[in-house]
Write a protein that binds this ligand. Structure first.
Ligand SMILES: Nc1ncnc2c1ncn2[C@@H]1O[C@H](COP(=O)(O)OP(=O)(O)O)[C@@H](O)[C@H]1O
Ligand SMILES: [Mg+2]
Length: 310
């Protein structure tokens, strides 16, 4: 006979309308299945707008598995907060910083998170400021998946790169010193850093092709990392935790960084508050290396939100 205690109900949000919709549908399916395996009563909702639906109100907690757009920029989080609903992940204020590369860089400087030298350029600026020299990386502040990003090796190509970035941003773009080195990502789960994942891709950047389509060749992932000494791994984890605390993140954050080839110095690039969540995604890979299965990881995140239920 059953105990008569109903399992907690989780409303799982997936889809969304950003360019990462398909990834979110896949992530969402994996998380839903894991939560059911952990004994939760899961309702999957394909969301089209940042609004609270009756099924979200009826749930004990909401688990947004939305990448990009309103799912990651704080809009859906704000709607849930206004409705008094507990949910997994960063609150709307932290999301707004994490999604904005310029806001993130400013906060990194204020809080001593190591990051590459940079400048913020407005439309009337056509030259590099004195603190930067080519090669530089030119980025719009709020896109993802390398959209609008150029690496510029030669000054004559700067204008074109600025124009490209300004296609995605009305007022300001970010120009950053290019760092040659090893790309790694560090997950932070409930305030504890996870093991590093080293990412080795065939081209110049970890772009859409390196992540998903692999026309240029395979991307290799190492967890634990293959070419990062253990003291440097610890420093990378410290940097990730420092940024997690700086943006007042909650539950989970994946912090991307580059470890410079010449001296192993660490440079934080950006953070993702709802990283990929298929069972082969990087955050789950790191959790697994720390001894947490995909089912255990999803259940742990659900419990974090449930513990905040009023
Ligand atoms: N300063 C930099 N030095 C070297 N490579 C960089 C730098 N900034 C970005 N990249 C490369 O470009 C990729 C995308 O940049 P990122 O800032 O993470 O934006 P996105 O939101 O598109 O992921 C990174 O994963 C990295 O491979
Ligand atoms: Mg990135």
């Amino acid at each position: 006979m059953s105990s008569g205690i109903k399992p907690p109900r989780i409303a799982l949000l997936k889809g969304g309308t950003s360019s990462e919709r398909d990834v979110s549908l896949t992530s969402g399916k994996f998380v839903a299945e894991a939560l059911r395996n952990a004994g939760y009563d899961v309702e999957e909702i394909d969301v089209k707008k940042p609004e609270v639906l009756p099924a979200m109100k009826k749930a004990d907690a909401v688990f947004p598995v939305l990448h990009g757009g309103f799912g990651e920029n704080g809009d859906i989080q704000k709607a849930l907060e206004d409705a008094g609903i507990s949910y997994v992940g960063c609150d709307s204020k932290s999301c707004r910083i994490a999604i904005d590369k310029i806001a993130s860089k400013k906060l990194m400087v204020e809080t001593g998170v190591p990051t590459a030298d940079f400048a913020i350029l407005t439309r009337d600026r056509k030259a590099l400021p004195p603190n930067l020299k080519v090669p530089v990386v030119v980025k719009p502040p709020t896109e993802g998946s390398t959209v609008g990003i150029s690496i510029v090796f030669n000054e004559k190509d700067l204008d074109k790169a600025f124009d490209t970035a300004f296609k995605y941003s009305a007022n300001e773009i970010l120009v950053e010193q290019y760092i040659k080195g090893t790309e790694v990502t560090v997950g932070v789960l409930g305030g504890e850093p996870l093991p590093l994942v080293e990412i080795r891709y065939p081209g110049e950047t970890y772009d859409y092709d390196a992540k998903y389509t692999h026309q240029q060749g395979e991307t290799l992932y190492f967890c634990p990392p293959d070419s990062v000494p253990s003291d440097v791994q610890e420093k990378a984890q410290e940097a990730a935790l420092k940024f997690f605390n700086a943006i007042k993140a909650r539950d989970l954050l994946r912090v991307d960084m580059i470890i410079r080839k010449t001296d192993n110095a660490i440079f934080v690039l950006e953070a993702n508050n709802i990283p990929g969540f298929t069972d082969s995604s990087l955050f789950p890979k790191a959790a697994k290396a720390s001894g947490l299965s995909f089912v255990e990881l999803c259940a742990k995140l659900a419990k974090m939100a449930l513990s905040r239920k009023k």
